[in-house]
Ligand binder design. Structure first.
Ligand SMILES: [Zn+2]
Length: 244
């Protein structure tokens, strides 16, 4: 037995039969037996799965035959309807369009919609695409903000990168490389500004000494309140941001 996720989000269970006489893999869809895959002896599990996945278009086209063997995917957490980024003030309405392609493409329309099209029936895959898309968005916009703040404060950095850390908003290496969490783009602008200033100040003071905080206070006088609010804020981020 195996289970296949179809492009529209339904699952289809299938049977696997080994045959000593079979030379090639083959599949059969019928109203009385559902999807049955026959394989020669010695075919590995991964090879079998890849082969079945390659037949997804054919299965989808012939689905009416086996409609009663399909079931909706259970317990799938809801996908977001909007993406909102306080750092830019931009808000994108999300549209999920199922097609027969096996991957998912993300495209911005002129009307401010972000369309995910392809195998959108797989919510785990959708969330992965949303994370990757947001990472790219964050890489550009956080980079611009960092550059502006570096100019304003006179604090330099060598390079920056954007990652999906689970526990920290940012970090700074002794060489002056700043790592920023892409999830910052989901937070209030003042919080983002404080985080970037915090990391820029580390290019001068690689510690959390009194001198360090005095430097932070020079550029972000209200840093104490923000610093306190940001502790524990990670757990309030939307579900789709969780995972690699
Ligand atoms: Zn720090």
């Amino acid at each position: 037995m195996g289970r296949l996720t179809l492009v529209d989000g339904r699952v289809l269970d299938y049977q696997v039969r080994q045959s000593a006489r079979a030379k090639y893999m083959r599949m059969n869809l019928s109203a009385d037996k559902g999807l049955v895959v026959t394989q020669p002896v010695g075919v590995g599990e991964q090879q079998l799965r890849d082969w079945i996945h390659g037949k997804l278009d054919w299965i989808t086209d012939n689905l009416p035959k086996v409609e009663r063997y399909t079931a909706p995917l259970m317990d799938a957490p809801a996908l977001p309807e909007y993406l909102e980024f306080p750092v830019t003030g931009e808000r994108f309405r999300l549209v999920y369009t199922p097609t027969s392609r096996h991957n998912i493409a993300a495209d911005i329309g002129d009307d401010g919609t972000l369309t995910l099209s392809g195998a959108v029936g797989n919510p785990e895959h959708c969330r992965y695409v949303l994370r990757e898309w947001t990472k790219n968005y964050a890489r550009y916009h956080l980079g611009q903000m960092l550059q502006q703040l570096a100019t304003q404060t006179g604090l330099g950095y060598v390079s920056y990168s954007v990652k999906g850390q689970e526990t920290r908003w940012g970090s700074c290496s002794t060489r002056g490389n700043i790592n920023l969490n892409y999830k910052l783009v989901l937070l209030p602008v003042e919080w983002v500004r404080y985080t970037l200033i915090h990391e820029l100040c580390h290019t001068v003071e690689m510690n959390h000494s009194t001198r360090f905080w005095a430097l932070v206070a020079k550029f972000a006088p209200d840093y104490k309140a923000i610093h306190a609010q940001m502790k524990g804020a990670m757990q309030y981020l939307p579900d789709w941001t969780k995972g690699g």
